[in-house]
Design a protein around this ligand. Sequence first.
Ligand SMILES: [Zn+2]
Length: 254
Amino acid sequence: MMKRWRIWWRALADLMLPRTCLVCGRKLGLQEEHLCLYCLAEMPRTYFWDRSHNSMADKINGLIQEGLETSVPDGNTDRRMRERYAYACALFFFQDEGDYRNILYSLKYNGNTAAGEHFGKMLGHKMVSAAHFADVDTVIPVPLHWTRRWKRGYNQAECIAEAVAHELGAELHTDILYRRRRTSTQTKVDVKQKRRNVLGAFEAVKNDHEPSHILLVDDLFTTGATLYACYSAIREIYPSARISFATLGYVGRH
Ligand SMILES: [Zn+2]
C-alpha cells in the first residue's frame, strides 16, 4: 500500500501529466503503475519460472550443444559432460499482435527506465520462488557497445538486471562482460547470419569475484543468438559456473 503523502503527490502529478497504460493507453488510476489493472491481469505471462525445462531453455540449450559439437573435438568429452541443462525464463510472450511489446519499446526508445525496473522486479519476484534460480549469486546484463550506451544514456538490460538482482539477493556485475564491437540492428538478416554477426562481439574479463550461478539478463529473447554469444564469452573465463538466462519478453509460443 502506498503511503498517504505519496498518493496525494501522485494525484497532483497525474492532474498535470496523466500517466497512461503502456498497453491500452487508458489513463491510470492512483494505485496502477505502468499497466491498468485489466492489462496487468491479461498479461501473457510465460510461467517459465515454474518449469525448469521450457521452450526458451530448450532453444538456448540447443545453441549451446550445437556450439560444443562444432568447437569441442569428439575425443574431448570433458566439457560436454560439464555442460548441464541451462535454465531460462521470461516474464511475458512478446507476440506480434499484442501491445505488450510497448513495454519494451517504451524502455528501449522512450527512456522509460522506470518500466524496466518495475517489470524487472516483477520477473525477479517470480524467479525467487523457483528452486532452480534460488542460488543465483551473480547477475550480468547484456552490455551495449559504449557508443550506443553513450547515445541512449542507459542500458535497458541493466535496468531490468538491477531489479532482478535485488529481488534475488544477488550481486549485479557490469564489469565482467563487454561488447567489443557494434553489431547491426538490422532485423531482416536470417538467423544464421545474425548468429555469425553477434558471435565474438562480446568479451568477458575476470574481476576478483568468483561466481557459482550466473544469470544473464536481456530485454528480449528472439533467436537466443545474443545471449548465446554472451554465454560463450563468459564460459571462457568461468568454466564451471552455472549460467542461466532471463528476459522480460520472449518471442515464441509455449
Ligand atoms: Zn491497459
